[in-house]
Design a protein around this ligand. Structure first.
Ligand code: ADP
Length: 385
């Protein structure tokens, strides 16, 4: 079959799906979208739009019936329904079995351990009664609790003080099954996006470093290449590739890592899809993460991951003080800057801290990139329209 004629079905209609469509419209690719919210970012660009829950097996089957191959842009989907489809012969990339592993942060940590992939010490607990025994075995004063399932964008993650929890000064934040893991004193958070095609060929993008806003629990600024030496760069890419080899199937994967204060790299988690840490690849790399995923899904060869110029990415978040219709303050000033690419996700309303868009900033050197990025971050903000 002509790869460009393959109908791609995507579970989820958010900005990641939208950017995948935008990036491959020039190849005439066509997408069918399943999403509960008919006002979602993908709706205006979809060839066929199915309104329905990503948990609804019947809707997923409907999507499969009009698509040659399926993928997703969000992890919270009905994996059982996808596994049944895959077993019946439907092509789904990545395999929903990989998604099933990644949806459960407990299974994910165990997977790293089983495959000799460096990850911090952890214990699995089922309820608050099991916390004390596990916490006592973790190193350091702080630890991190994560709900095994259902967390996203830092929700379902709590950085806690051992003493406060053990003495009852602070309540246990989660009732159900959790991973309790060692707190990694982090020098930098890194991510490497790895792409693997159906033949098993693997390419990785240059690593990025993230600056994290602990209040919003979101990445605020991302830089590529990461400011690490060539040895750390090589190691980060090797570890990320090792994770993807172990996952043993095609797809696009973002491997999030911590670089600790001793220069050691630890894997935090993997996202089996296009990721916030790869948005800069649209302008800053020869092949964007979105086109790369589309290539894998329809069976075209992997594209070059080379960085064209150093880049930064800033998430444009809804202002903390209002909800409703919005415009960008200082749009004119920022639009005058060369190498600044504003992306908006067609969200109907701004809400506090909602991901509304992003900006990619490019320049010949990282110093210039950072200078320009700081200007953009300070000036380009959402205000009421
Ligand atoms: P989510 O899947 O919701 O993005 P993460 O597991 O990535 O959650 O955790 C969110 C953030 O919390 C991380 O980006 C990091 O800043 C911090 N964090 C998570 N685990 C640890 C850890 N073991 N040590 C130190 N910081 C951590």
């Amino acid at each position: 079959m002509n790869p460009l004629k393959k109908r791609i079905g995507v579970l989820g209609g958010g900005q990641l799906g939208r950017m995948m469509i935008e990036e491959t419209l020039r190849l005439n690719l066509s997408y069918n979208i399943l999403e509960a919210d008919s006002n979602c970012p993908c709706a205006p660009l979809a060839s066929n739009f199915i309104e329905g829950s990503l948990m609804d097996a019947e809707k997923i089957n409907q999507l499969a019936a009009i698509s040659d191959v399926l993928t997703w842009e969000i992890e919270h989907v009905n994996t059982e329904a996808l596994i049944a489809l895959e077993e019946a012969g439907k092509e789904i990339i990545p395999s929903p079995k990989i998604l099933q592993l990644i949806q459960d942060k407990g299974l994910q940590k165990q997977f790293y351990l089983d495959h000799q992939i460096p990850t911090g010490a952890f214990f699995l607990v089922n309820n608050p009664n099991e916390w004390a025994a596990a916490i006592e075995k973790l190193p350091g004063n702080k630890f991190v609790a994560k709900t095994r399932k259902g967390g996203y964008d830092g929700k379902g993650v709590a950085i806690l003080n051992k003493h406060d929890i053990l003495k009852g000064n602070e309540p246990i934040p989660f009732e159900g099954p959790c991973v309790l893991e060692a707190f990694v004193p982090c020098e930098k958070e890194l991510a490497v996006i790895v792409a693997r095609d159906k033949q098993g060929n693997i390419v990785s993008y240059p690593s990025i470093e993230m600056e994290f806003d602990s209040k919003a629990n979101l990445v605020t600024l991302l830089l590529s290449p990461a400011r690490v030496g060539s040895i750390i760069e090589e190691e980060a890419e090797q570890i990320a590739r090792k994770v993807v080899k172990a996952l043993n199937g095609p797809g696009l994967f973002a491997v999030e890592m911590f670089l600790d204060q001793e220069g050691k790299i630890w894997v935090n988690e993997v996202a089996p899809r296009a990721h916030n840490s790869g948005h800069h690849t649209i302008e800053a790399c020869y092949t964007s993460q979105f086109e790369q995923l589309a290539r894998i899904v329809i069976g075209l060869p992997l594209g070059s991951t080379e960085l064209v110029q150093p880049a930064a990415m800033i998430n444009l978040l809804g202002a903390p003080d209002f909800s409703g219709s919005y415009k960008l303050d200082k749009l004119e000033e920022v639009s005058k800057l060369p190498g600044v690419f504003i992306h908006l996700y067609a969200k109907a309303e701004s809400k506090p801290m909602r991901k509304m868009g992003h900006v990619c900033i490019m320049a010949p050197t990282l110093t210039e990139v950072i200078e320009k990025a700081n200007y953009v971050r300070e000036h380009l903000v959402f205000v009421k329209d």
